[in-house]
Design a protein around this ligand. Structure first.
Ligand code: GDP
Ligand code: MG
Length: 160
């Protein structure tokens, strides 16, 4: 019995979720937090950010060679985002399912209950982010919540 209990504790995952600038400026934060809790996630931490260009480029480094990269960096720096650490068994895969496909139009066609279907605009302004692997979750949580150099740039809610 103890072994099973230990295994269950180990199965709790953390993922990095984010309400992007279009979601914050569109006033979707509270609705999204309700969907998060209704799906069984615990919000372990949350922090508003106004991304600097340097942190945005580091956050999205895997896309640095893509044609949309300059637009993506500009969009992510265009206003405050809300970063959240979500906890739950299978948090990484389940949060990706809940947000839906990258392209909001495709989300509306194929996953109409997903967050991007409900609140996303297009393939860039898609309202939310989710880590796509355990390695990405660890990297993104460290970047937005644990590194001194970036923590200094975080915002308080009353600075919004
Ligand atoms: P995600 O993991 O579903 O967020 O998608 P990706 O990792 O492929 O892309 C990261 C982010 O870049 C997306 O969430 C969008 O905001 C943006 N993006 C992805 N593909 C495109 C695209 O084709 N055009 C534009 N303008 N932005 C894109
Ligand atoms: Mg991605």
């Amino acid at each position: 019995l103890h072994l099973y209990a230990a295994a269950d504790v180990n199965a709790v995952e953390r993922t990095l979720a984010m309400v992007k600038p279009d979601g914050v400026s569109g006033s979707h934060v509270e609705a999204i937090k309700t969907l998060i809790r209704d799906a069984g996630f615990t919000i372990a931490a949350e922090r508003y950010w106004h991304f600097s260009e340097a942190v945005a480029k580091e956050f999205y480094a895997e896309h640095s060679e893509r044609g949309f990269f300059p637009n993506l960096v500009e969009f992510i720096c265009s206003g405050p985002s809300l970063a959240l650490i979500l906890e739950k068994e299978h948090a990484i895969a389940d949060w990706r399912l809940l947000i839906g496909p990258t392209d909001s139009s495709r989300a509306r066609e194929e996953f109409p209950k997903s967050i991007r279907a409900k609140f996303g605009v297009d393939s860039q302004k898609n309202c939310v982010h989710g880590s796509d692997s355990r390695q990405a979750a660890i990297r993104e949580i460290a970047l937005l919540f644990e590194q001194d150099q970036t923590a200094k740039k975080s915002m308080q809610h009353d600075e919004l």
